[in-house]
Design a protein around this ligand. Structure first.
Ligand SMILES: [Zn+2]
Length: 459
């Protein structure tokens, strides 16, 4: 690997002349780009990757999926998850993809979880625009893992024009199961005790446990006998941060510490890619949210997916973040989300539930999340929050929700690879409807909602 010299500009905004073809002509003529417009020819879009084209057609069960019912509940239940890809199966599948791609997809162990499970990355493409895709930072949020495997399989093996464009323009680095210990336990947090943290960081011996440490039962999971941390609050925009006892226990409004091996692994990967390419263009985190959110303008319909590009306060207005103000690029994050939304809205013509996309709450300031920390470091940032976690919907709608993630990622990656993303209007992001309320019961079982509510109370 050749490393660029220090001082590489933080963002190489590409100025791309309108491409030849229909999208380019439309742009030259000054007409608005339609929701499906792209620099990729239509015949290539028709051969877009799909585990099954049936997944894009309306199905009889769709009505049941979207129809809001007062019985909706986030109350945790024991539901099967065997249809999702577990850690062992992930290893087998990544091996297979590496093999059939004839080396185009390069799989590497980039770290180990606290209980010693491999954390794998899969890298594909030779382009100088780097996109990181991370799934299962919360171990009970599993559709992103399967969507990433479908994507890797396609981009690693297809020879159509779109796949070739992705491989020549992009370097995609996916971590399909960031928190394998939590994933095996089918729960949000990792599997790590405060005593283990103190053993590694002796300076914390007199400190109270971090606020995001779970050591009693919650959302149906037994953290009493196997405590753990919400690893998605363990990030810090200061990538070289060393845990300081004065910063504990902290709150959800504060930065994290890199005390979990899982967060350190992602931080190290991010830093390595920044060294190699000058920047990580885009960072995507794949999550699930509560099962009972409805559309704001139609409370008879459930939200399929919430998305977001905003995770922290504007560094221009918050002195704590001043050093990041030059790199932070909210408009680019908005453009990336617009690309995700356009792809899903285009698919909604055939299967309407793909159109039930809303914005995740925008009034948040969470610098301890991976998205918040990396956005402050200048990456475009995209959050997917698919409907329902394993303890609420289980694997019931696994295929269609995995497909929704796939369609969104496909649209975003195509838009980055073609350069179209730079021509999208950030204001279109603000027109995506906000998430409606959670109906039914037990909203406080939605862990993210609970954390946000606590933060609003405190702030
Ligand atoms: Zn999550």
């Amino acid at each position: 690997m050749t490393h660029p010299p220090a001082g590489v500009p933080a963002r190489r905004r590409r100025l791309i002349a309108p491409a030849a073809g229909l999208a380019g002509l439309a742009l030259l003529a000054g007409s608005a780009l339609g929701p499906t417009a792209s620099a990729v020819p239509a015949e290539d879009l028709a051969t877009a990757p799909a585990s099954s084209s049936k997944l894009d057609e309306a199905q009889p069960a769709d009505r049941q999926f979207v129809a809001a019912a007062p019985t909706c509940s986030d109350e945790p239940r024991e539901l099967p998850v065997n249809e999702f890809t577990d850690h062992r199966e992930l290893g087998v599948e990544l091996d297979r993809i590496e093999r059939v791609s004839e080396g185009r997809v390069d799989v590497e162990e980039i770290g180990r979880s606290n209980r010693g499970r491999e954390i794998w990355s899969a890298r594909v493409g030779e382009g100088d625009t780097v996109v990181m895709l991370v799934s299962e930072i919360h171990g009970n949020e599993k559709t992103g893992t399967d969507a990433i495997l479908d994507l890797l399989d396609w981009v690693g093996t297809s020879d159509n024009r779109k796949a070739r464009q992705w491989r020549s323009e992009l370097t995609i680095v996916a971590v399909p199961k960031m928190n394998p210990d939590g994933a095996e336990l089918d729960r949000r947090g990792n599997d790590q005790t405060w005593a283990e943290v103190q053993a590694r960081f002796p300076q914390l011996r007199g400190s109270d446990p971090a606020w995001n440490y779970y050591d009693e039962p919650r959302t149906g999971d037994d953290y009493g006998s196997a405590p753990g941390f919400d690893t998605n609050r363990d990030f810090n925009p200061d990538l070289g941060y060393v845990p300081d006892p004065d910063d504990f226990p902290g709150t959800s409004a504060d930065t994290g510490w890199y005390i979990t091996p899982e967060a350190r692994t992602i931080r190290d990967l991010y830093q390595g890619l920044t060294m190699e390419f000058g920047e990580v263009d885009t960072y995507v985190d794949l999550h699930h949210q509560g099962a009972c959110y409805v559309m704001p303008d139609d409370r008879d319909e459930f939200v399929t997916l919430s998305i977001s590009g905003k995770f922290v306060a504007d560094p221009a207005t918050k002195p704590d973040y001043a050093e990041y103000a030059d790199d932070y690029d909210l408009d680019y994050s908005k453009q990336l989300n617009v690309a995700v939304n356009r792809a899903l809205q285009a698919k909604a013509a055939e299967r309407p539930l793909f159109g039930n996309v809303t914005l995740y709450p925008q009034d948040i300031d969470l610098p301890g999340t991976a998205l918040g920390s990396f956005a402050l470091n200048g990456s475009g940032a995209v959050l997917f929050e698919v409907r329902g976690q394993t303890q609420t919907l289980g694997q019931q709608y696994r295929a269609v929700l995995t497909r929704a993630v796939y369609v969104g990622l496909d649209g975003m990656l195509s838009s980055i690879a073609s350069g179209q993303v730079d021509r999208l209007d950030p204001d279109e992001y603000d027109a995506i409807p906000p998430r409606g309320p959670s109906i039914g019961s037990a909203e406080d079982e939605d862990e993210d909602a609970r954390v946000l509510a606590e933060q609003r109370k405190a702030g």
